[in-house]
Design a protein around this ligand. Structure first.
Ligand code: DGJ
Length: 719
């Protein structure tokens, strides 16, 4: 709950495990604590310690601003650390002076035009800069059930002169220690979200994207961890932005004994004009504290996103079990090939056929057609209807691929509206995958996209949409914006995208949407607000997937990861892994198939019903369970995930061996999160063991018999 102690002027956001506390001090908001649950004591004594090292160059205030642990640091008055907000007045002044005015506790408000979590309790604090005519509403939201705290703010020009926002971050806080590690997720196409850990030193460390998408290079997620923190122990603070455009997250270790952490919209090329009466709302930042290591941090994120972010209707609902034709055919398909895939899928347990790229315009490769969302009837005689009918006759649902934000120069859309493609004047726009990005900052472009995609959705029986996005934006310029507002482009693009998603995705609630961006280049909490699941990576090789799914799970739940079984040798890595392994790894997410079922060897086709049955037996754990990462595929010879039901009555373990080390190998796998006193039965063998035995002695698989990339799975139920 959220409370305010009048005596100490302290706000507390807390649940039974965690306290987030700050007070009103000298009209500023002084950060006091974000960590384990503590009593409501007067934490004034912290201030004395912090202020004691006051540096001689500081102006003489009650506490040097450079030492204040501040919830809303701004430039001016002597705080030389990274600010949360910076704005310039018409007269050119950069000095901001925001003081506390009032506060209230309300039901969590929606953020205008932006995705955000829902269902929390919010503390709204109003801060005013009377000299410059700026008002800032700070939102601190508590999701008491999970312990996540979120932050966002609205910056209003309440004066009569223009204000130029130069930095508008979502949050800032100063943790009272300076010996932390930073954990981030770096990557590339087909190799997304690898965890990387680095000790913080004095100075500023940051991750960002300048691509107008959250990117596969660096995810908008950062964790700070005590040096000794592991997967299962130690203190960890996780930060994630509910945002899909250019961002920055940083950690700064100044010489004050703190670590300042903050971030939000990237300040790269950013400038936002606020005329009198206008306001800017930042994206939401989700903040999680764990005193049980990185694993517990992840579980809090997972619960928060399943309970408060992902569309409620789908968050825990059974997912379509698809066969997608991309790796089966790429662009080279016709009606008969698709019929063959549909026919072969019927009766296997696969319940949805998804037609990927290439069904529209003149699209026989990736050089043309994007933007022309009209069925290519030369390729697909009779249009989509015969394919949809065939699916229905065979008991399957039908899904369709779109890339609504893009246009090929070789398309009717581009020939009619070349100005709709993002470009900067006088420059030849850079192509990426032979395509341009449409300017979603423009209302006419957004209306066109909504109209053509709605037409297809409303005139066909479509149950599922895969929404792709295959290049980054290289020119941050819009013909629709005046020169002085070009700095607004990257954020306006996100607002445009969210507007389209609101109209198309939320406007078609019966259609299930999957996100995608050249694989997982826009795998973020902003997109998860609209899309219950996202294609995790174009790399479907099981060994690579174990790494990518492991990294992604640091912040995002398994149910958000779309994971498919594909053929071997892998199209991406050329590696061959066992068929069972590919299924077992794909089962650790929203599973499906990405291969030509009609050309599978008979014995592999025959195994699909059993694989689907295996998945259904563990699906509830994927959708709702707690994840324990027992072994990481980066540094150990194994990958191991354990999924436990919320009531601890059921547990599923998947172990994959990576490269075999000859001889001298033994593996004890203690499980986690079980009821120590309960008896669990192995559903395959009938063997019974207590939770305490499983958690201390553990499993002891005969790994000597496992070949490289073999998997073993266990499923236990409480007796
Ligand atoms: C990139 C996606 O990640 C793939 O799954 C596929 O849909 C292709 N685009 C199609 O162009």
């Amino acid at each position: 709950m959220i409370t305010f102690d009048r005596n100490s002027q302290t706000f507390y956001l807390e649940n039974d495990r965690m306290t987030y506390a700050f007070d009103i001090f000298d009209e500023s908001l002084e950060h006091l604590w974000f960590g384990a649950k503590i009593g409501h004591d007067d934490l004034n004594y912290l201030r004395g310690v912090r202020g004691s090292g006051c540096d001689a160059q500081q102006p003489d205030k009650k506490l040097c601003p450079n030492f204040l642990a501040n919830e809303l640091p701004v430039y001016g008055q002597g705080d030389f650390r990274e600010p949360m907000l910076t704005y310039r007045t018409e007269g050119g002044d950069l000095c901001a002076e925001l003081h506390y005015t009032s506060h209230r506790i309300i039901a969590q408000p929606a953020l205008p035009g932006l995705p955000s979590t829902r269902g929390g309790e919010t503390l709204e604090v109003t801060m005013n800069d009377d000299i410059n005519g700026v008002e800032v509403l700070l939102y601190f939201t508590l999701h008491a059930d999970t312990g996540a705290v979120t932050r966002a703010c609205r910056i209003r020009n309440v004066g009569s002169h223009t204000i130029r926002l130069l930095r508008a971050h979502s949050f800032s806080l100063d943790l009272p220690r300076n010996d932390l590690d930073a954990i981030s997720l770096y990557g590339a196409w087909a190799n997304e979200r690898t965890p990387e850990r680095t000790p913080l030193h004095h100075g500023v460390w940051s991750v960002d994207s300048k691509r107008v998408s959250s990117s596969s290079q660096l995810n908008p997620f950062v964790a700070l961890a005590t040096r000794e923190a592991t997967e299962t122990s130690g203190e960890v603070w996780g930060f994630n932005l509910v945002y899909s455009s250019s961002f920055r997250l940083f950690a700064e270790v100044p010489t004050t004994g703190h670590t300042r952490v903050g971030g939000g919209v990237s300040e790269f090329c950013f400038e936002w004009i606020l005329e009198s009466g206008e306001e800017f709302c930042t994206p939401e930042a989700v903040m999680v504290y764990s005193d049980r290591g990185i694993g517990e941090m992840s579980r809090i994120f997972h619960d928060t996103y399943r309970e408060h972010l992902i569309p409620e209707r789908y968050a825990k609902a059974k997912r379509p079990l698809v066969v997608n034709n991309w790796e089966a055919t790429y662009f080279d398909f016709d009606r008969d090939k698709l019929f063959a895939i549909i026919d072969a899928s019927a009766g296997t347990g696969i319940d949805t056929f998804v037609l990927d790229d290439g069904w529209f315009g003149v699209r026989n490769d990736d050089h043309s057609g994007l933007g022309d969302w009209f069925v290519n009837t030369e390729k697909l005689q009779g249009g989509l209807k015969p394919i949809i009918d065939r699916c229905h006759e065979r008991g399957l649902k039908f899904g369709l691929w779109f890339e609504p934000e893009m246009v090929n120069p070789d398309s009717d859309l581009y020939r009619a509206h070349p100005d709709w493609a993002i470009h900067s004047p006088g420059h030849v726009p850079a192509e990426g995958r032979n395509q341009y990005v449409l300017d979603l900052t423009r209302a006419d472009v957004r209306d066109y996209i909504v109209r053509v995609v709605s037409d297809i959705l409303e005139n066909h029986e479509i149950d599922y949409v895969k929404w792709d996005y295959n290049r980054n934006i290289t020119e941050v310029f819009s013909e629709g914006l005046p020169a002085e507002r070009q700095g607004e482009f990257a954020h306006r693009y996100a607002l445009g995208l969210y507007d389209i998603c609101r109209r198309l995705v939320l406007g078609h609630p019966d259609v299930f949407f999957e996100g995608c961006a050249s694989g997982g280049a826009r795998f973020d909490a902003g997109m998860l607000y609209y899309f219950p699941q996202i294609w995790t990576s174009d790399d479907t090789d099981a060994a690579m997937r174990s790494r990518i799914q492991y990294g992604t799970s640091l912040c995002y739940p398994l149910s958000a990861m779309s994971c498919h079984v594909s053929v071997c040798p892998s199209h991406q890595t050329k590696r061959t892994t066992p068929y069972k392994t590919r299924a077992d790894i794909a089962h650790l997410g929203a599973t499906g198939y990405e291969l030509d079922v009609s050309r599978l060897p008979a014995e592999e086709l025959a195994q699909i019903p059993a694989q689907v049955a295996d998945y259904h037996a563990m699906e509830k754990l994927v959708l709702e369970g707690d994840l324990y990462r027992l072994a990481a595929p980066f540094d150990a010879g194994y990958f191991c995930f354990e999924l436990v039901s919320k009531d601890r009555s059921e547990v599923h373990v998947t172990l994959m061996r990576l490269l075999k080390i000859f001889n001298c190998e033994a593996l004890y796998l203690p499980l986690q999160g079980l009821d120590p006193d309960a008896l669990y039965e192995n559903t395959a063998t009938g063997e019974r063991l207590h939770g305490s035995t499983l958690m201390h002695v553990g499993l002891n698989p005969a790994i000597g018999n496992m070949r490289d990339f073999d998997t073993l799975t266990w499923h236990f139920k409480r007796v």
